[in-house]
Every structure is written in C-alpha cells, then in structure tokens.
Design a protein around this ligand. Structure first.
Ligand code: XLF
Length: 327
C-alpha cells in the first residue's frame, strides 16, 4: 500500500508538507498542492484514518442509531444518511434500538467508546441517556432536551390532512389505528386527526397497536380485532402498518377502496407498490435525512448552532387505497 513517505518521494516534498496538505492544517503553496494531488490520484493513495484521527483529535466517525431496517422508511433514511457520511469520507457506526431502552443504552456506549464526532438518533426511547453527553447530537422525532436539535415532520398538519381527505371521500366512520403511545410523532398525528374531526363534528374510533414492525413480528401476530363496515375511513399511524390493516379488512370479506378507504403516513418506498397502492401523508424522507445530516455536520463545526426544532412540511399523496367517493 502507498504510504505518505512514497508520496513525499514522488513529489520531492517533505512528509510534513504532505501531512499539512492532507490534514488542511497549515500553509502549502499552490504549486506543491497540485503536485501532491496529482501523486495521490496516480497512486490511488488511501489515507490512514487512525493517524488522521490522532492528529485532528477527531475520530472521523458518526454514530447512526435507528429502530431497525425492517420498516422501509428507516431503511431509506439510514441509506441516505449513510451515503452522505461516506461521501464526506467519514465512517459510520450503525446501531439498532428496536425501540428498546437497553439496546439503545448499549449503542450509546458503543458510540462513546469509539469517540464518534456526532450522533444521529432516530426515535430515541430514553431521552435521559443522551442529555448529558458531550457530543453533537441530532434527534429525529424524540424531543430530548433544549440542547439537542430535533428534526420532525409536521405531524399535526399531516393528521389534519388525513382527516380532511377521508371526509372528502364520503367516509362515514373515522378510525385511527394508533401505535405505541410514547412515539412523540404519533401523538401529534393523532392530535391533528382528532382536532380536524372535532371541528367537523365527527367522532373518531381507535384501534391500538402495541409496536411498530421489528425483526420477528409477522403479520399474523398483529391480527386486528375490530369489525370494519362499508363506509369506514381508516388512518393508520404509518405505511408499513397500513399493510396489516388492509390484510385485516380483506380477511373480513371487505375490499379497499370499494368498501373501506385506508391511508397511511410516510410515503415509504414500498407504499406505491402495495395492492392497492397506498394513499399517504408524505413525510419527505430525502429532505428529512439530508437535514439531519447537514445539521449534525454544522453542529460538529459550530457547537453554538441554533438548537430550535426543525419541522419538515408534509403533503398528502392520493393513490388507489382511497379512490372514489362513497355515495
Ligand atoms: O415514529 C414514526 C412512526 O413510524 C415514524 O415517523 C414512522 O412513521 C416511520 O414509519
């Protein structure tokens, strides 16, 4: 493997100059920079990250913690953020909470052990774990504390849009399938849905699911004990769970959207391929992922960055699962 010494030999410059150039840590003339860059390219030089870390006192790694990769929304988010990390020539340490406080703690200890330069945590279970850490953190959805930036979708607005859509579709009963009560985003979605229903003088019925999808949960285990009727409009807390609901509706001999209209929240990458394709509230995975990474990157450079919550706008996306209007 090509070393810094080899680059010094090829360019006729000192190792100190090469090191200053590579670590952006002092003056290097334009002419020398061009010579070094040419030699690096011609030799396919791979920088030694450990040496760089010692010099800059930064590990060059980011900790990324997601609930799991089973839910396509989080899989997409992790891929997108991971790509940004890689593009900036940083390392990524990926951890999974599966919405479990013990797993979250273990991931936190691993990140701190590796001295990561920053952490992005998606749907933190245990806010107190993160509050006292002396490392830049961006949190998706969970409000950890005033010193930690939260990025979240406009969930209340999304809930309101969902209700208005089902109302326009002539639905007669409004059902909200809600997920675990501690997911902040879900409480907000529910608030928007219920507020809009109350304003329209309509009642909301609830179905409670105890978890989001995890590695060992099958559709069968989440059988939904509820009697659906023709004319129902169902708003499910996220897209992947809308699948179970459509399954339950079909198993009762009803069709979506002819008998029951169903919609989700996310616009995960698979929702367009469900049968029927799923109407949903698009919570902009690309913008959200980019924003999380860019904020963390800025925070690493400048810890005094404004810590206010960033809210990403949402849009209703109409597809086949709510097609037609009930007479
Ligand atoms: O935490 C919420 C629930 O599920 C998150 O935004 C998601 O919608 C992703 O599927």
């Amino acid at each position: 493997m090509v070393s810094m010494r080899d680059i010094a030999k090829i360019t006729g410059l000192s190792i100190a100059t090469i090191s200053r150039y590579m670590n952006h840590s002092g003056y290097v003339s334009e002419e020398a920079s061009l010579r070094i860059q040419k030699a690096l390219e011609e030799t396919d030089y791979i920088p030694n990250r450990n040496a760089h870390a010692l010099l800059t006192k930064r590990s060059g790694t980011i900790g990324l913690l997601v609930p799991s990769l089973v839910n396509p929304y989080f899989a997409y988010m992790a891929t997108r953020i991971g790509n940004r990390i890689q593009k900036d020539q940083r390392g990524c340490i990926l951890g999974f909470t599966e919405d479990n406080a013990k797993k979250e703690k273990r991931a936190m200890e691993m990140f701190m052990g590796y001295r990561v330069d920053g952490i992005i945590i998606v749907r933190a279970v245990e806010p107190t774990l993160w509050q006292a850490l002396d490392v830049p953190i961006v949190s998706f959805e969970s409000h950890i504390g005033p010193q930690i930036i939260t990025v979240t979708a406009d969930n209340v607005r999304g809930g309101r849009q969902a209700f208005r859509h089902l109302l326009e579709k002539g639905c007669r009963r409004f059902i909200h399938v809600r997920g675990p009560r501690w997911f902040t985003a879900l409480a907000e979605r529910e608030t928007g849905f219920v507020e809009a229903a109350t304003e329209a003088g309509k009642e909301v019925l609830f179905i409670q699911l105890e978890g989001d999808y995890q590695v060992d949960v099958s559709l069968d285990e989440r059988r939904i004990d509820f009697s659906f009727q023709r004319g129902d409009g169902v708003f499910v807390f996220n897209d992947v769970n809308a699948l179970s609901v459509m399954q339950a509706i079909k198993s009762q001999g009803l069709s979506v959207p002819e008998d029951v209209k169903v919609m989700g929240f996310d616009n995960n990458i698979a929702s367009q391929f469900y049968n029927p394709s799923l109407t949903t509230v698009d919570q902009k995975v690309v913008e959200t992922s980019n924003l999380c990474y860019e904020l963390l990157d800025q925070l690493i450079a400048d810890p005094s960055l404004d810590k206010r919550t960033r809210v990403v706008p949402v849009d209703l996306l109409e597809r086949h699962s709510t097609a037609g209007v009930f007479a």
